[in-house]
Design a protein around this ligand. Structure first.
Ligand code: BDR
Ligand code: CA
Length: 317
């Protein structure tokens, strides 16, 4: 089993990332931290606790992380896609959580639990980030020794070409480009799962019918995806919504279903025109060494098979 710490901002697709990380037969979910992004950190933390409870993962440790980017004054937030709660639904509502997040700051709890796991089991942990990279950057800045206990940082974010909330920037990087720069230049193995890949994980009606069993959790997943489908249709004219975030989790479970290229990726932080752009050196023109493994292709059928398995397991809890 690969051990994963998941850093999220739920968020519709983050909810599916939580499900996959918590219920993949190949993964052990060590804990979850939250970060402002799709909504405020308070709202996404509540959503995170709710989703975990609904998915039969109420024992999973949750800790609240940063509410603001490293150096920019306010988080951007994304209500046009995820609604005012950060996880609005089409039909039902999320259960109110019956517990609270752990006390303390996310970076401290992450450091303690990830290093304790490494020390006790001799196994390094994959940090999977499906939100803004503020917690990850702060963790590496405060605790540089954390690098020894991390096998890799796998993130959903960035793009090789066209962005989503900006012409050439993807939301998670655009929100906190300085944090992304810290992570990309940290020396830890970084795997970036960009929009080019996540836009192939389209939850069509056929996929929804296939992966969502009729048990309560399956119904909730369907509701989550239908809301996401609606906003993606309205905002981006997508015929089916891309489930971005579970793609990053899938990489840890099944790296064999991805084609990846090791290349130089620099994050633009200073330009007012393109801050948040991930400048991907596909042709090796940069004088700087490669620093990021960029996923370019994912076997989508295998991805959906994994999603289906995890949703079914959650539905049986
Ligand atoms: C990313 O932005 C967020 O809105 C999603 O949850 C995903 O992590 C896609 O650009
Ligand atoms: Ca997210």
């Amino acid at each position: 089993l690969h051990t994963v710490w998941l850093d999220v901002d739920p968020g519709h697709d983050d909810a599916l990332a939580l499900t996959l990380a918590g219920h993949s037969s190949r993964l052990h979910l060590l804990g979850v931290s939250t970060v402002a992004g799709n909504q405020t950190v308070e709202k996404v933390t509540t959503n995170c606790l709710s989703v975990l409870e609904a998915a039969g993962l109420a024992d999973t440790a949750v800790v609240k992380g940063q509410g603001k980017p490293l150096m920019r004054s306010a988080p951007l937030l994304c209500p046009e896609i995820h609604g005012s709660s950060g996880l609005d639904l089409r039909i039902g509502s999320l259960p109110s959580p019956t517990r609270q997040a752990l006390p303390g700051k996310a970076v401290n709890v992450m450091f303690e639990r990830i290093s304790a796991h490494h020390a006790a089991r001799g196994q390094r942990v994959s940090l999977v980030c499906t939100g803004v990279l503020t917690n990850a950057a702060l963790l590496l800045l405060l605790y540089p020794e954390m690098a020894d206990s991390l096998q890799q940082i796998v993130l959903m974010g960035g793009c090789m070409g066209v962005g989503n909330t900006h012409p050439v920037a993807e939301f998670n990087i655009q929100c906190d480009p300085e944090a992304a720069k810290v992570v990309f230049e940290s020396g830890v193995k970084v795997v970036m799962v960009p929009l080019e890949v996540t836009h192939t994980a389209l939850a069509t009606d056929d996929i929804i019918a296939d992966i969502c069993p009729h048990a309560p959790f399956g119904r909730l997943v369907k509701d989550i995806i239908l809301y996401f489908a609606e906003t993606y249709r309205t905002v981006f004219n997508f015929q089916a919504p891309p489930l971005h975030d579970p793609c990053a989790v899938a990489y840890v479970a099944r790296p064999d279903i991805f084609q990846v290229q090791h290349m130089r990726v620099d994050v633009e932080t200073s330009s007012s025109l393109t801050a948040g752009q991930t400048v991907c050196d596909v042709w090796g023109q940069s004088p700087l060494p490669p620093n990021v493994h960029v996923a370019k292709v994912m076997d989508v059928a295998s991805f959906w098979a994994m999603m289906k398995e995890s949703i079914q397991t959650a539905s049986q809890q």
